[in-house]
Ligand binder design. Structure first.
Ligand code: ASP
Length: 435
């Protein structure tokens, strides 16, 4: 893909713009001059997504093991873990509060008439309702039960990242506690796997412009513009709240907690943001996020390999914000006034479920259904937002990934790391060493 000597993020941006045009030209019937081009977009997009997903399991396992083993003693691990979780909780809470304020201010769901007629319930609602109807408080418990997998291989093959992360954290911790002769072999093995995965990521990323083009063109062709009209107010409420988090909250944190230049950081991680936007999956984007934060922003391997895999699953600011706005919107649409106590429950559940849900497309819908059931709102309310969910998914995933990357920089700075975001587009020739 070295067609032009343009930087990767420019190539991806151009691909994105072209994809929007192509998607609109092709339209919902998917045909161009009698050829089903949407099927071609789908094929190419899936190839790119598959290639990214292929990297995730070995990357998460090797990076966390190497990361935790590299941190050393339990004191250092406890400190880094504490900072990481503290950052995640802080930013997710900020995001939810912004969402709650904006949705209460704009009130996108307050209209005259039945919600089904005004917003147009999506056709797949019945099916969705069936698949979601048994959601409830037990599901929140189930999400966290999976944190300790009964079978780590099954967890890996089912993409249960929380379980995999938990196992890898323990493995890395005890790696440093076995006899030297074993520890050394183990460390080198996992370090080697990690280096190989990063190089494979570089290869996959060369195809990012093509993959992004295909994924976005397909989404635009399938969604069309008509779906947005009745939901424009909801759509822009979410976009505004996400924008406040993206353009105000996170840059302020970077500036005052991290003491780095926010614009420089955003430039460094732009390929990851664009990949997140195109794939709508934090997990699939993880290899790219790690690559950008380590090589472009200059954060040590030790910090990235601990903070980012954890963040891709646990830290989802955009998702938490979206869940909150969506539930409030559905309540408004049905004319149900939520008491302050219920709104507090929504906030708490949005925080909890955003930690537990997987970093895959449309994961929020499951979480929203859990919250709806918990606060006694009609489940079919989800049907109201389906038409615009995909595009909002792309945006919230970009925010999720941005927050993870900001966390890595802020935590690295607090650990006294030097040389972060000091030069524009810093890119070390070699992959950074473990310590
Ligand atoms: N797609 C989001 C992510 O991967 C999760 C969601 O909000 O649906 O981060």
């Amino acid at each position: 893909m070295k067609l032009l000597n343009l930087k990767l993020h420019w190539q991806i941006l151009i691909a994105l713009a072209l994809a929007i045009v192509a998607g609109l030209v092709v339209g919902q019937d998917g045909l161009l001059l009698g050829v089903n081009v949407v099927a071609v977009f789908d094929f190419v997009g899936q190839l790119f997504l598959n290639a990214l997903k292929m990297l995730i399991v070995p990357l998460i396992v090797s990076s966390i093991i190497v990361g935790v083993a590299g941190i050393g003693g339990s004191d250092a691990l406890g400190r880094l873990g504490g900072k990481t979780l503290g950052y995640y909780a802080l930013t997710s809470t900020f995001a939810i509060v912004v969402g709650l304020l904006v949705v209460n201010l704009v009130q996108p769901g307050v209209v005259d008439g039945s919600p089904e007629q005004v917003f147009g319930l999506s056709e797949d609602t019945e099916e969705l309702k069936e698949s979601l109807s048994d959601k409830g408080a037990d599901d929140i418990v189930a999400i966290f039960l999976r944190m300790i997998p009964t079978n780590v291989v099954a967890a890996a093959s089912a993409g249960q990242m929380l379980g995999l992360i938990f196992f890898s954290l323990l493995y890395g911790f005890f790696l440093t506690r076995v006899a030297n002769q074993y520890a050394e072999v183990q460390y080198n093995f996992w370090q080697g796997m990690f280096e190989i995965m990063m190089r494979m990521t570089d290869l996959v990323m060369r195809f990012a412009p093509l993959g992004v083009f295909a994924l976005v063109a397909e989404t635009v062709a399938n969604t069309g513009l008509a779906a947005f009209a009745p939901l424009a107010k909801f759509f822009f409420t979410v976009v505004a709240a996400l924008a406040i988090h993206f353009f105000v909250t996170l840059p302020l944190l970077l500036r005052f907690l991290g003491r780095v230049h926010p614009a420089r950081h955003y430039r460094a991680v732009s390929p990851a943001l664009l990949t997140a936007f195109s794939t709508a999956s934090s997990s699939a984007t993880l290899p790219v996020t790690m690559d950008c934060v380590e090589k472009n922003a200059g954060v040590s391997n030790k910090t990235t390999s601990f903070v980012l895999p954890l963040g891709a699953t646990v830290n989802m600011d955009g998702t938490a914000l979206y869940e909150c706005v969506a539930v409030m919107f559905i309540a408004q649409a049905y004319g149900i006034e939520l008491s302050l106590a219920t709104q507090f429950t929504v906030v708490l559940l949005a925080l909890l479920t955003s930690i537990g849900v997987a970093g895959i497309p449309a994961a929020s819908l499951v979480a929203i259904s859990i919250i709806l059931a918990a606060v006694g709102l009609p489940l079919e309310g989800i049907g109201l937002i389906l038409a615009v969910d995909r595009v909002l998914d792309m945006m919230r995933t970009a925010v999720n990934v941005t927050s993870d990357s900001c966390g890595a920089v802020i935590i690295a700075k607090s650990e006294g790391e030097q040389g972060i975001l000091e030069q524009e587009g810093k890119r070390s020739a070699e992959a950074a060493p473990a310590n």
